[in-house]
Design a binder for this molecule. Structure first.
Ligand code: 5GP
Length: 257
């Protein structure tokens, strides 16, 4: 039996070498972390749901012409993705004031922002993901000005599309975090959406009740965390067959194929 080469292990996902050059297998774990790793836990079935939710959203975005790393789902917890050179920047889009943005500027949680606000954070656990400006990004060579133009345009397009999609299922897209990568094809480079889009990196509130249906339930110990992820999948019409029971079943850990 061969063992797959582990390329990278993050807090919520593992990347393995893919079956063909230029591909990777993205494995979704149930592990959850918050506040720069100070809070850790397990959200049972989260990996299965995020694999599905991210597949669905990346596919929809692909349909409207947003380039993504997603190729296809392989099984309950794994998807095949294109290997990209990750740009070490977290792109955060805010539509409604919440959490850190509310605190920083003294804006009550839930206030609709006059327009969407994009922020950049440097991906570094040691430094606690500091907020950076376009100046830092270009001066330190993390991305070229042209890359940043593409990243900003794609982020706004993704925001417009996903805001509408979620509104259609009774959810407000409050804010979310994106990551992008460089994909080389022959001598051409394209910026593509990477990582995942799921309740782990989106704030989603019910339109009528403002109930939180995302990782804030874990961050703030609100309870019914698994149910919130299931509810998002249910509203998207993609709850895995067998529903919640299947999702709660422990899945083998990544290892031998
Ligand atoms: P905030 O700036 O309030 O911490 O986060 C804004 C949005 O981006 C939230 O939806 C949050 O889930 C997401 N986000 C920001 N940083 C991270 C991160 O390091 N990991 C994940 N998964 N999401 C993040």
């Amino acid at each position: 039996m061969t063992r797959r080469r582990r390329i990278y292990e993050g807090k919520a996902k593992v990347l393995f070498e893919g079956p063909e050059p230029g591909t990777l297998v993205q494995y979704f774990k149930d592990d959850a972390s918050a506040f720069n790793n100070q809070k850790r836990g397990i959200i049972t079935g989260k990996g299965v749901l995020n694999n599905r939710i991210s597949e669905y959203l990346m596919t929809r975005l692909g349909d409207i012409g947003v380039p993504t790393h997603f190729m296809r789902r392989l099984n309950m917890r794994e998807q095949l993705v294109r290997e990209v050179e990750i740009i070490p920047i977290e792109v955060v889009v805010h539509n409604i004031a919440a959490a850190t943005l509310s605190k920083r500027f003294g804006i009550p949680e839930g206030t609709q922002l006059p327009r969407s606000i994009i922020e950049y954070y440097y991906k570094s656990d040691e430094l606690g993901d500091p907020m950076v400006s376009e100046e830092h990004i270009t001066a330190f060579g993390w991305a070229m000005p042209q890359d940043l133009d593409d990243i900003m345009a794609l982020s706004l397009r993704i925001n417009d599309y996903l805001s509408g999609l979620f509104l259609g299922i009774g959810l407000k897209l409050v804010d979310f975090k994106l990551e992008f990568g460089r994909l080389w094809e022959n001598d051409e480079m394209r910026i593509v959406l990477a990582d995942e889009i799921s309740p782990d990196n989106c704030r989603l509130w019910d339109v009528k009740t403002n109930e939180k249906l995302d990782k804030d339930r874990f961050r703030e110990d609100l309870g019914r965390v698994e149910e919130a992820y299931q509810e998002v999948a249910r509203r998207l019409g993609i709850l895995p067959e067998g529903g919640p029971v299947d999702v709660a079943t422990p899945i083998r850990e990544p290892g031998p194929r």
